[in-house]
Design a protein around this ligand. Structure first.
Ligand code: ADP
Length: 160
């Protein structure tokens, strides 16, 4: 059983994230989308809301599950007996941070690999931050996120 962990804040989950999950699900027996609590980033959605949005999105992908974690990623990878961590690379600007993170994780635990995947080119400009900004200003985000995420964004801003 080859397991990959796809960690991130997913605040909220976008079509770019989904693209990476679909690619990983074709390479691994099991993929766990692991939502980091990321409290320091003051997320718009709570951890349980973000996990629920991921769950709803990946419902049709049989070997994909959603979970949350609040510890060091390397400890979570060990707990899940995973062989790999998957991260998405959109542009060169992602590279420096991702490179640092991957090598730091390797120095903490050398028993898994970090694998980088590139999304479909139309998603290379997409980020959760930009989606939140567009939705907040009343723009149409339907091309960038699943329908239920769009609904959740609209409800969140309506409450604020
Ligand atoms: P983090 O807060 O850990 O950066 P994100 O939720 O922003 O979490 O992203 C999780 C992972 O998904 C990261 O590896 C990020 O580079 C990748 N990612 C984010 N948006 C996209 C996208 N549009 N296409 C491909 N990968 C993406």
């Amino acid at each position: 059983m080859r397991t990959a962990i796809y960690p991130g804040s997913f605040d909220p989950f976008t079509n770019g994230h989904l693209d990476i999950v679909e690619r990983a699900s074709r390479l691994f027996d099991r993929v766990v989308v692991a939502v980091a609590s990321s409290e320091a980033k003051h997320p718009l959605f709570s951890i349980s809301e973000r996990v629920a949005l991921v769950k709803e999105t990946v419902r049709g992908l049989k070997n994909v599950e959603a979970d949350s974690f609040d510890c060091l990623l390397v400890d979570y990878v060990r707990k899940q007996s995973a062989q790999a961590v998957v991260r998405g690379l959109r542009a060169v600007s992602d590279f420096e941070f991702e490179f640092q993170l991957a090598l730091m994780n390797r120095s903490l635990n050398d028993s898994f690999e970090t694998i980088f995947m590139m999304p479909k080119d139309t998603y290379t400009f997409l980020s959760s931050r930009i989606v939140k900004e567009i939705a907040h200003l009343g723009g149409d985000v339907s091309a960038f996120v699943p329908a239920h995420v769009r609904t959740a964004l609209a409800a969140k801003w309506a409450k604020k």
